[in-house]
Design a protein around this ligand. Structure first.
Ligand SMILES: [Zn+2]
Ligand SMILES: [Zn+2]
Length: 350
């Protein structure tokens, strides 16, 4: 113990003389943390150097409420410093980054799994370990870890990474739902409010006037006149009574009279335009009043040219170029993004 002290204080002096704030920077002291039921005796310096939270914790005068000499918290297995509410596996992952094996580092093969990086990200965020947080974000953003759009939203929110939130949402707006997610599934995964915002951005992105978000889904809704023939580009349906409630579903009156249970599918064409395609068979379109299928027949022909579109899909009017999704997403989620950006920089609470 005595000898350790000598080494520690020698190092202390050197550090102290060059940089006054860093008197704790080099020390071979260890401390015992308890995480769940696990006891970890770890070198203290990595924690103190990297985290303001731990630096503050250990800069408190030692043992002022002193029990016995060696009864100081963290000095014995009987009296460890309890890190309450954290998981062992997360803590182990953090230790792995904080104290990597020199042989791995030298051979350039320091590696962690995606799960371990997420654990390291979680704790580095909570404890304000900025460098490890940035490193984890970089690793998890790389193609090796390849987060899905939904994971980006989930982890972006859980660990306050605004970049992932924006990327995840933008991707879903463009992809029109990863892995064919229905609007309902999307709402379940990201929350109803976010799903609505995504649907709204999609509608705005398409630049389709009169297209809005219909409750209970969410679904996009609009006037049946928005549906255009893929062949002749005129309005696909003519005025007709609703099959269910018999009211007139007018193509021209501009009222919102149909909704699309399945989100439109966005497809680019050879000119670089992006168009939304909707199902025009009975499964793809419903009357907003009675929720029945308005123009009845399966495989309906175009009322203007008689064309029968393959797969029963027709185009939703309007198209908007790329480039403004990012702005739309940042506007729609501004508060959340601001909060995360601030938290990522100066998050220091435990
Ligand atoms: Zn109806
Ligand atoms: Zn036509």
């Amino acid at each position: 113990m005595g000898e350790t002290q000598v080494h520690a204080s020698a190092a202390l002096l050197i550090e102290h003389s060059s940089e006054p704030g860093s008197q704790f920077c080099i020390s071979w002291d260890t401390v015992i943390f308890k995480v769940e039921d696990g006891l970890f005796r770890v070198p203290l310096h990595g924690f103190i150097q990297s985290s303001d939270v731990f630096a503050a914790m250990f800069s408190l005068p030692k043992g002022d409420e002193s029990k016995q000499e060696d009864g100081t918290e963290g000095h014995s297995a009987a009296n460890p410093i309890v890190l309450e509410g954290y998981l062992k596996e997360d803590f182990l992952a953090l230790l792995k980054v904080l104290y990597p094996m020199f042989s791995d580092v030298m051979a350039g093969r320091f590696k962690m799994t995606k799960t371990e990086w997420i654990s390291a990200l979680k704790l580095s965020t909570v404890w304000g370990i900025h460098e490890i947080r940035q490193w984890a974000i970089k690793e998890l953003s790389s193609s090796v870890s390849a987060l899905t759009s939904l994971e980006k939203i989930e982890y972006g929110r859980a660990h306050k990474v605004s970049k992932w939130l924006v990327e995840g949402i933008s991707a879903i707006v463009i992809e029109d739902g990863p892995e064919g997610l229905s609007a309902r599934d999307l709402a379940r995964k990201v929350g109803i409010e976010t799903a609505y915002q995504i649907m709204t951005i999609r509608a705005c992105r398409l630049g389709i006037p009169g297209l809005s978000v219909h409750g209970g889904g969410p679904h996009l809704s609009g006037n049946i006149g928005l549906i255009q023939c893929p062949s002749c580009s005129s309005t696909f349906f003519g005025d007709a009574p609703c099959w269910g409630c018999k009211r007139n579903v007018s193509v021209t009156d501009g009222s919102i009279n149909v909704f699309f249970p399945t989100a439109p599918e966005l497809r680019g064409d050879s000119n670089g335009d992006v168009k939304a395609w909707v199902k025009i068979d009975p499964s793809g379109m419903k009357c907003v009043k009675c929720a029945k299928h308005p123009p009845q027949p399966s495989h309906p022909p175009c009322s203007a040219c008689g064309y029968i579109p393959p797969n029963d899909t027709a185009v939703l009017g309007g198209a908007t170029g790329e480039g403004f999704i990012d702005r739309m997403v940042r506007e729609a989620f501004k508060e959340e993004i601001d909060e995360y950006e601030m938290a990522g920089d100066i998050h220091v609470e435990s």
